[in-house]
Design a binder for this molecule. Sequence first.
Ligand SMILES: NC(=O)c1ccc[n+]([C@@H]2O[C@H](COP(=O)([O-])OP(=O)(O)OC[C@H]3O[C@@H](n4cnc5c(N)ncnc54)[C@H](O)[C@@H]3O)[C@@H](O)[C@H]2O)c1
Length: 360
Amino acid sequence: MKIGVLGAGGMGASVIQHLQKCAGVTEIVAYDVNAAQVADKVARFGVTGATKLEAVLGDPTVRLVFVTAANDAHKPLTLAALAAGKAVMCEKPMAVTLEDSREMVEAAERQGAFLQIGFELRYSRLYTTVKEWIDAGLLGEVINTHCYYICSEFHHKGSWRNLKATGGSMFGEKLSHYVDLPRWWVGADVADVISVCSPNVIPYYEVRDNYHTTYRFTNGAVSQLTFMMAPGATFRGDPLQDVVSQQQGDGHALRFLVVGTRGAAETDVFARTIKRWAFGDSPACFTSDWVDTRTWDPAEDHRYFHNTLDQTHDIVRRVRDGLHPMTSARDAYETMKLCFAAELSADTGERVALSELERE
Ligand SMILES: NC(=O)c1ccc[n+]([C@@H]2O[C@H](COP(=O)([O-])OP(=O)(O)OC[C@H]3O[C@@H](n4cnc5c(N)ncnc54)[C@H](O)[C@@H]3O)[C@@H](O)[C@H]2O)c1
């Protein structure tokens, strides 16, 4: 299968390398508005280059495209690719506005086309293990989740990510992954959201750099996300050593606590652990027993917490076999709604019901 990669920056390079390991991929064509990016990928990976979109979308032998360009380009590239009859995998966030995201879902649904959004944490073993425990009934009904995420400023000055017009918001660009997972685990939609944020620490960001966000699901479950981009130590490490080990104990944190009616789970990227507790009853008290701890080798980091490799291969297989996306674009849109509601709440200081957002 011949595949287009629309956006030949960092993520485009990752997808190209994943595709090069994928059985059945015969040719990859990399397109970007920046000719230097195209030339770089042609030189580094031996792919075909294109600086005209028509060279990819007008080619009937291209069945599938990956949209890996900057966020403001997601909607125009996705709509053009769908109109040209291509299957599309578009990176998160879907788009920089909710209206644009909705247009993308509606276009795919109208055409009965394949559109999957890049929430690869749903392929990542750290988080699929929690889902397996939930599906096996080991946690009972999930009623409360907490994500504690502290990182360093790794977008850097001058990045399109820091501008509202091109990046959208921190919620879409970064935190959408970490609210998509609780939606998946709880298995219900979000009813309402409240975000409170302090003034930014990072002076050159147009987007926010810190949040305390609480959301309530339609089934009564609640989730909390605490995010700060600044306190983790700036990465100036040895490129030959793995990044996770070098950031252990230096202020970085990425933990989930997932609490159900029958047990709880904790995922911790920087400790490389997944733990489980089972709840019970004794004559004296409600009990909680720590029953499972798993870890993994640093060589498996990618598969454990950012598994774009298996996501890419799964999408190629699904398109080849005429299957639906692993997660529908409509489902991804529900996560995007939550992101836009969280930003709106931070703007207004008010609780935002997702039903009100939809009516705007
Ligand atoms: N799922 C993940 O874990 C993950 C990780 C990294 C990036 N991403 C996503 O991938 C996308 C790209 O991020 P990146 O890190 O590669 O950024 P990047 O800055 O390295 O590359 C972005 C590329 O998009 C190109 N571009 C901009 N407008 C374009 C247009 N209209 N048409 C074609 N190309 C255009 C730029 O020239 C640049 O080469 C973003 O949406 C980002 O959110 C996702």
